[in-house]
Design a protein around this ligand. Structure first.
Ligand code: ADP
Ligand code: ZN
Ligand code: ZN
Length: 711
């Protein structure tokens, strides 16, 4: 009797190892290969898994092994992709199966339709002989190489020299919004992708908000096939794009963080656009940083990677300053438009405040400073557009009883329920919790004292929209936030209206500031920036600065000759704060070196490495005690030594969400290896007393997070 073929398969379960199965060549028709996607029996049901080992032996009794039931019509994942998954699994302390399987699109995880899929893809293969020709010069935003300005040409030359094929090199391409970073890296990729096989991966933060980017990238590569991977496309489209990427059929892969783990057999260059963007961090399941994985991948494959940003993350900027990355600068706005003039409005100054006698709709406790009102008026007179930003959607962040101290708290979360006025989404005004999704009607009377006089506190986009419409009744006002974009065709339609000039004043959240070229905007006003100045999160100022610079980049693109071609107004109680002072001078590098000094002094990342152990339970006490006991065991085992700091367990800053209490244990080290060792020890310790990631005795759910972005 010939020796059996045994394969080890990993599945999407929080398990440290895979399981052995028999491979029946007669029924599966091919030999097994590492990277094959298969269906296997699991308990009383079946699961999709990936083959990670092939051998003739098993540690288990061969007779008791079950057989692989089905093979997906996919090529095996390539060895480099599996190395990447392995690294991600080890570094982020997450099972290999639960790292690989979630990266496969849903369409390929339904074995029942595998037979049909292969047939339909074959048909598609036959059809795809005709290629769509893109008229590249017609595409908005296409800049031919001969049109690049001197600064751009120099950067392109440096990139071409430095970031060449078959060598790991990382470059930071830093330049203001609109300086031509995209134009430069797309030309660089074009030069690199000279054959018709090589693949390039372009990672972008949130593609849904920038549909024109896709057309723009396409215009640079009219003869190549492009696959677009993000959560906004249909399951079928995404499944097809993924197939084209992993088979090497597509050469340009444009995607969000979820594209970072896509197998790309002929990958030869990577770009991470807006590399500082927090949306590169995955926030559930395996909590990876798509940017960091991309850098590891480039290093592993010995290929070049370009990180692009107007406001680099401190990590990347320091690496560039230290010479580990090439630092390329594009400090000049492409179309000659100068930077906008920044105005800091001290809201403690009564001159800036609206006085009670000023013309306001009765009962509308609306706040907009006098200079902003004057600037919007001027902009209207000049037939230019204004953007007014406030980082809160809804009508008002909280409802309050004027007689007692009742506030509209969410009973499931440690947060308030936000008031949404009728007309925005549905026909009724509601209170809604932005954390757990709970929706309630507006109480007619105070639930505590029965008083009928309930007032809103603060303002959100909806209230501001109302107020602005009341102030300028003939202006065309448009609200852009996730609520308004959920209606009809979504964000694209709203942005289109702005581009076409059908809007005078845009009221919106940060969403309006992302990656859009607005040609008619000359004024940006930011209303609630201070809220993020004093956050307990040490990264809050870095993020605020990046957002403000990005917002400032939206103003003044229309003017091609002026010194200052637009205005940005920031309402603040603390104009002396470093964030604002550096913004005033458009001094990105100054701000980053200020931050670097602060972090180094406080020994915070990137001058140390951090990880969190999260615990979630029905009571905070349970979650905290669970982590306290863990810390005790680490101490007893002598694992907490020099160069390693384990803090006491504390509640998370958002302590309660949807009725679940959350606590965390912060671990810090100045040495990555030491941190890795203790995290592995913690993982082993907790696994030994858990079912999956829930502790057996007290039912606490736990998770390890490496390099957390918010503490
Ligand atoms: P960034 O990526 O730095 O924001 P982009 O590459 O998107 O900059 O360029 C901003 C805008 O300026 C785009 O509309 C682009 O087409 C245009 N642009 C860039 N470089 C040039 C140039 N040399 N001549 C004309 N237009 C340019
Ligand atoms: Zn009351
Ligand atoms: Zn809630």
């Amino acid at each position: 009797m010939p020796s059996p073929t045994v394969v080890q398969v990993v599945v999407d379960k929080p398990l440290a190892q895979g399981f052995d199965y028999l491979w029946d060549k007669a029924s599966l028709e091919v030999d097994p290969q590492i990277g094959h996607v298969v269906e296997v029996p699991f308990g009383r049901s079946s699961l999709v898994g990936v083959v990670i080992k092939v051998s003739a032996h098993s540690e288990y009794e061969i007779k008791k092994l079950r057989s692989v039931t089905n093979l997906a019509p996919l090529p095996p994942m390539d060895p480099a992709a599996l190395r990447l998954m392995n690294f991600a699994s080890q570094y982020y302390i997450h099972g290999l199966g639960e790292t690989i399987i979630p990266a496969i699109p849903q369409m390929w995880k339904k074995p029942a339709s595998w037979g049909k899929l292969s047939a339909s893809l074959l048909a598609a293969d036959l059809k795809k002989t005709k290629k769509k020709e893109v008229e590249k010069n017609l595409a908005e935003g296409y800049v031919s190489e001969s049109d690049l300005n001197d600064v751009q040409l120099l950067a392109l030359e440096q990139l071409k020299n430095f970031c060449t094929q078959e060598k790991f090199n990382a470059a930071l391409l830093q330049g203001q919004t609109g300086s031509g970073k995209t134009a430069v890296f797309l030309h660089w990729l074009r030069a690199l992708l000279s054959d018709n096989k090589s693949q390039a991966l372009i990672l972008v933060p949130e593609i849904n908000l920038t549909p024109q980017l896709e057309r723009r990238v396409r215009a640079y590569f009219p003869e190549k096939k492009m696959a677009v991977l993000h959560s906004g496309v249909s399951e079928k489209k995404r499944g097809t794009a993924w197939y084209e990427a992993i088979t090497g059929e597509a050469q340009i892969i444009l995607g969000t963080r979820l594209a970072a783990l896509t197998p790309l057999p002929n990958l030869c260059a990577i770009v991470v656009d807006e590399e500082h963007d927090p949306s590169y961090k995955q926030q559930d399941g395996i909590r990876y940083s798509a940017r960091d994985l991309a850098i590891w991948r480039a290093h592993d494959l010995k290929i070049p990677i370009v990180l692009s940003s107007a406001t680099p993350s401190l990590e990347t900027w320091i690496a560039a300053k230290a010479g580990r990355y090439q630092h390329l600068r594009l400090d000049q706005r492409a179309q000659g438009a100068a930077l906008p003039k920044v105005h800091l409005l001290n809201m403690r100054d009564p001159q800036n405040q609206l006085s009670p006698g000023d013309k306001v709709k009765p009962g509308l406790n609306f706040s907009l400073s006098k200079p902003v009102i004057a600037a919007i008026q001027k902009s209207l007179d000049e037939k230019k557009q204004s953007l007014v930003l406030i980082n809160r959607r809804g009508y008002a962040p909280v409802l309050n009883c004027s007689a007692c101290s009742w506030l509209s708290k969410c009973h499931q979360c440690s947060s308030y329920m936000v008031m949404h006025k009728a007309g925005a989404l549905g026909g009724k005004s509601v209170l809604s919790c932005h954390h757990c999704g709970l929706v309630k009607g507006i109480p007619k009377h105070c639930p505590d004292c029965g008083n009928a006089d309930l007032k809103t506190l603060g303002q959100g986009t909806q209230k501001l929209e109302d107020a602005i419409e009341g102030w300028w009744p003939s202006a065309r006002v448009l609200r852009v936030d996730t609520d308004s974009s959920r209606k009809s065709k979504g964000a694209e339609e709203l942005f289109q209206a702005i581009h076409e000039g059908n809007v005078d004043i845009v009221v919106g959240t940060q969403m309006i500031a992302k990656g859009h070229d607005y040609q008619h905007v000359s004024l940006v006003a930011v209303l609630d920036a201070d809220g993020r100045l004093f956050s307990q999160d040490f990264r809050a100022p870095e993020r605020l600065f990046a957002q403000l610079v990005q917002v400032a980049g939206r103003a003044g693109r229309a003017n091609k000759d002026g010194e200052y071609s637009g205005d940005i107004y920031i309402e603040t109680q603390f104009p002396e704060a470093a964030v604002y002072q550096y913004l005033l001078r458009h001094d990105v590098d100054g701000f980053l070196s200020h931050l670097a000094a602060e972090r180094e002094e406080a020994k915070l990342p990137p001058f140390c490495y951090q990880a969190l152990v999260h615990a979630e339970a029905r009571s905070l006490d349970k979650a905290t005690r669970f982590l306290g006991k863990l810390k005790g065991r680490l101490q007893n085992k002598g694992l907490i030594g020099v160069g390693l700091k384990v803090y006491d367990p504390v509640p998370r800053s958002m302590m309660r969400v949807a009725g679940v209490e959350r606590a965390q244990l912060l671990i810090e080290s100045d040495d990555r290896k030491r941190l890795q060792m203790i995290l592995e020890a913690i993982d082993g310790d907790l696994r030994s007393q858990s079912q999956g990631r829930i502790s057996k005795d007290d039912r606490v759910r736990w998770l390890i997070e490496r390099d957390p972005l918010t503490i």
